[in-house]
Ligand binder design. Structure first.
Ligand code: FAD
Ligand code: UDP
Length: 393
């Protein structure tokens, strides 16, 4: 079966799809994609809910944003984007505040009318001795950014629920993603471009691989030796791009990397709109879920196709992933980073296997970063493997 295949890709997520598209476009390669799930798109997959007409992001809310002209141009070859702008609110002690923490949040919290300068001075004072340091962990970073009172209200418990790891053990980088602003700008992302795919995520992904040279086998696990297209039958014969968990590839021989997973609880309402926004965070420890997502509200431009009397909300519960759970977010403590470095060494010794994507490189990547790294990996590592393979034949 491998005779007519130039490249095997394990995983039909954005990394795998981007590499497949590039291999066909630049090398005319014949690509076989193996995917253990029953659909393409990886964690960015979505489907339309019959009752409400909402586009449900099956593995949690996905918002596309990027500042890279290369990535923006690339994705626009396959889909148009809506003018959706991401905004998030948070509930704390029975009150709703805007996020990311901005002058509106600060003034509401302190019942004040500070100017940007006054607010900055106040926060600097509250950040105390950490204000001018370069904190390495999330706890100190949070306090240095917004001061202790706001940190304890909006970050501490939310992060505790989400990561179930002491914030003092978590890398500061996690909340670099969450800026603080001394004006009323409450756009969640700072990127140049953002939006949602006009015809949905899955249509976008189908267009990326709409070519007869790309063959996708769903429900096919690369490690399942009872099916013919497994690791032992493939590695060494055809170049492989592997986007599953890196520790799984090496049979967990050095130990297991830690991941966080998310469970979703679906709640349906006989209402047009339940939250009044797409995403509501819950900052306090007494609400067990971190956030609630109302998918209809991501696509207000589709009101005519949506049910005006019903809506669906997903509540997100976060916990440590066990083996067999979906690994969603790398926990990335120092122990994990050291372990990953050892797996990365082993990966580098596999001459015909390229490891990529969130799972394959144990990185907290957003979609645009996965696409950028896939374009790069194609150009720098995969193109030459395809060339070498051609010469052999
Ligand atoms: P994945 O999408 O995980 O794809 C890997 C694929 O490999 C999967 O389909 C898996 O089934 C398959 N696979 C694994 N092992 C095997 C095997 N042994 N055999 C066959 N197939 C296998 N990004 C954003 O830009 N914006 C967001 O708002 C955003 N929100 C997110 C929210 C959540 C809850 C999560 C989990 C992620 C979010 N992301 C977001 C990140 C985004 O999902 C990733 O950046 C992107 O989907 C990763 O693509 P990937 O190809 O690396 O991995
Ligand atoms: N965060 C927080 N309170 C919030 C929202 C975010 O403390 O209301 C912190 C939390 O540690 C989280 C990080 O900021 O892990 C990044 O948040 P974001 O919503 O960007 O992450 P996502 O979970 O969507 O990847």
């Amino acid at each position: 079966e491998l005779e007519n295949v130039d490249l095997v890709i394990v995983g039909a997520g954005l990394f795998g799809l981007t590499v497949a598209q590039q291999a066909v476009e630049h090398a005319g390669a014949r690509v076989l994609i193996l995917e253990s799930r029953d659909h393409i798109g990886g964690n960015a997959y979505s489907y339309i809910d019959k009752e409400t007409g909402a586009e449900i992001h099956k593995y949690g809310a996905h918002l596309f944003h990027t500042s890279s002209p290369v990535v923006w141009e690339y994705v626009n070859r396959f889909t148009k984007f809506t003018n959706y702008v991401h905004r998030v609110y948070t509930t704390h002690r029975g009150e709703v505040f805007p996020l990311p923490i901005n002058l509106g949040t600060i003034n509401q919290f302190f019942h004040a009318h500070y100017t940007p300068q006054e607010a900055e001075a106040l926060i600097r004072e509250q950040a105390g001795e950490l204000a001018s340091s370069d904190p390495q962990n999330l706890n100190d970073k949070g306090i240095s950014l917004i001061g202790r009172p706001l940190y304890e209200a909006f970050i501490k418990n939310y992060t505790g629920k989400q990561w179930q790891t002491d914030p003092a053990e978590l890398p500061a980088g996690i909340i670099n993603r969450l800026p603080v602003r001394f004006n009323y700008d409450n756009r969640y992302f700072k990127d140049t471009w953002e939006g949602l795919p006009e015809d949905g995520y899955t249509t976008w992904f189908e267009r990326m691989i709409d070519d007869p040279r790309i063959d996708v086998r769903l429900n096919t696990d690369f490690f399942d030796t009872t099916q013919p297209l497994n690791r032992d039958a493939i590695v060494g014969k055809v170049p492989v791009v592997y986007t599953g968990p890196v520790d799984r590839y090496f049979d967990y021989s050095l130990g297991e990397l830690k991941w966080r997973t998310v469970d979703f609880e679906e709640v349906r309402y006989d209402e047009a709109d339940h939250l009044g926004c797409p995403v509501m965070n819950f900052a306090d420890a007494d609400v067990p879920y971190t956030r609630a997502i109302e998918f209809k509200n991501f696509n207000p431009e589709r009101r005519a196709q949506q049910n005006a009397n019903k809506t669906v909300v997903w509540r997100e519960y976060s916990r440590t992933a066990e083996r067999g759970d979906e690994p969603y977010y790398p926990v990335n403590t120092q122990t994990d980073k050291d372990l990953y470095a050892r797996y990365a060494d082993s990966a580098a010794q596999q001459p015909s296997v390229v490891f990529g994507g969130r799972l394959g490189t144990y990185k907290y990547y957003d979609m645009h970063q996965v696409i950028a790294t896939a374009l790069n990996a194609y150009e720098h590592d995969i193109a030459s493997l395809l060339g070498a393979n051609e010469e052999r034949q």
